[in-house]
Design a protein around this ligand. Structure first.
Ligand SMILES: Cc1cc2nc3c(=O)[nH]c(=O)nc-3n(C[C@H](O)[C@H](O)[C@H](O)COP(=O)(O)OP(=O)(O)OC[C@H]3O[C@@H](n4cnc5c(N)ncnc54)[C@H](O)[C@@H]3O)c2cc1C
Length: 356
């Protein structure tokens, strides 16, 4: 149970817009501190909620979830990077392959005191109205968040992606997840079983889904994998560019505090399977910081400093440090997350000394 350390709490009204990992984690914590929690999502938790995105988490212990729940597929503690400078295996402490749609469906079902409003696209006007009715509004709307209407948040770099869960022969790759780096692409293959995998292609330049699909077909064929039909794939965007500033993570709207969490504030780290972990952590932090009257920005900076460094530093020097370098940076991210929750700027400085 979350410990309430301020007088806030009992009558607090919390609204959360966006019910992915960030929003669900925010709701999970919020309902421990108040009975007035509402979660809005433009989609629905029934059926094929998400199809498939990436579904690899490198440190499941960082998620506020039990093991062996629906959507927890299996352990996978080794990931393999493959690129022009060779093959690098990276061992991760608590890697798990997920079925994300199933996991989110399960997670939302565990929320007992949250009012869940599905199929509800919150627009600018509705967001303002929610702010009038709430003490805390969490914007967890993902890659192109609603808060871009209200802040200077910048969305400069975004990579188009194409992904899906496909059935084909993956026995030659099973069980390790693979990330394959090409000059302009990254392809990941996450086998759920020898006969099924989540496959995704991201591109470093703007390309239409059709062009991306043609490239995906070519790359999969080279790997002896039968390419999926176009209609089984989802177009997406990965905005984990590390350039979005945490200084916009909070603002006031109609006397309501708005905290932005997850991809909405750019916490994904494209080097590692940490997007979902960072989303869940920031969702909780968004609620916790408000309840405890702490600075949300400060907590986020402390929690995510290393991720920002890794993402920001590695992107431009990606080609020169090679896979070994990327793998060791990614590993540092894991170790940093595992060992450390810095509270003071001095802690951050000593962490940098330790890892660089
Ligand atoms: C192709 C791809 C592969 C990836 N692979 C991995 C991986 O293997 N491991 C990993 O950890 N991370 C991975 N990531 C990153 C990860 O998906 C994200 O970091 C994570 O989903 C962020 O969670 P979130 O809750 O912030 O946002 P999301 O999961 O995007 O959730 C946002 C939610 O908000 C809802 N929403 C949006 N707008 C509105 C609105 N106006 N009104 C109401 N609801 C709204 C959406 O329906 C959605 O449910 C991948 C990303 C992509 C694109």
């Amino acid at each position: 149970m979350f410990e309430i350390v301020t007088a806030r709490g009992v009558h607090m009204r919390i609204a959360i817009v966006g019910g992915g990992f960030a929003g669900l984690a925010a709701a999970q914590l919020a309902e421990e501190v108040t009975a007035d929690v509402r979660l809005f999502d433009k989609g629905s938790y029934s059926g094929e909620r998400r199809g498939a995105w990436g579904e690899m988490v490198w440190d499941y212990s960082q998620l506020p979830l039990e093991r062996d729940v629906p959507g927890y597929v299996r352990e996978a503690t080794t990931g393999i990077f493959v690129g022009h400078d060779g093959k690098t295996a990276i061992n991760v402490p608590d890697g798990v392959i997920l079925n994300r749609g199933e996991l989110e469906k399960h997670w939302v079902g565990t929320l007992e005191r949250t009012e869940i409003v599905e199929d509800a696209t919150v627009d600018q006007g509705e967001f303002r109205r929610l702010a009038e009715e709430s003490d805390l509004l969490v914007d967890a709307t993902g890659q192109f968040p609603i808060s871009r209407r209200f802040t200077d948040l910048s969305y400069d770099v975004a990579c188009p992606t194409l992904s899906g869960r496909i059935e084909a022969d993956f026995s030659h790759l099973y069980p390790e997840p693979r990330a394959l780096a090409y000059e302009n692409y990254f392809l990941w293959i996450v086998p759920q079983s020898p006969a099924e995998a989540t496959v995704g292609l991201g591109c470093r330049e703007q390309k239409s889904p059709e062009k991306l699909y043609a490239d995906m077909r070519r790359l999969l064929t080279e790997l002896d994998i039968e390419p999926p039909a176009r209609e089984t794939l989802y177009s997406g965007t990965d905005v984990s560019n590390g350039l979005r500033s945490l200084s916009h993570c909070t603002y006031e709207l109609n006397d309501c505090t708005v905290h932005i969490a997850g991809d909405a504030i750019g916490l994904a780290n494209r080097l590692t399977g940490f997007g979902m972990v960072h989303a869940a952590q920031s969702g909780r932090t968004a609620v916790r910081a408000f309840v405890q009257q702490e600075s949300y920005k400060r907590r986020l900076v402390c929690q995510n400093f290393w991720t920002k460094v890794v993402t920001g530093a590695a992107s431009p020097i990606h080609a020169s440090i090679g896979l070994e370098g990327i793998a060791s940076l990614a590993k540092s991210d894991i170790e940093y997350q595992e060992s450390f929750e810095p509270q003071q700027p001095g802690d951050i400085v000593s962490a940098v000394r330790k890892f660089i």
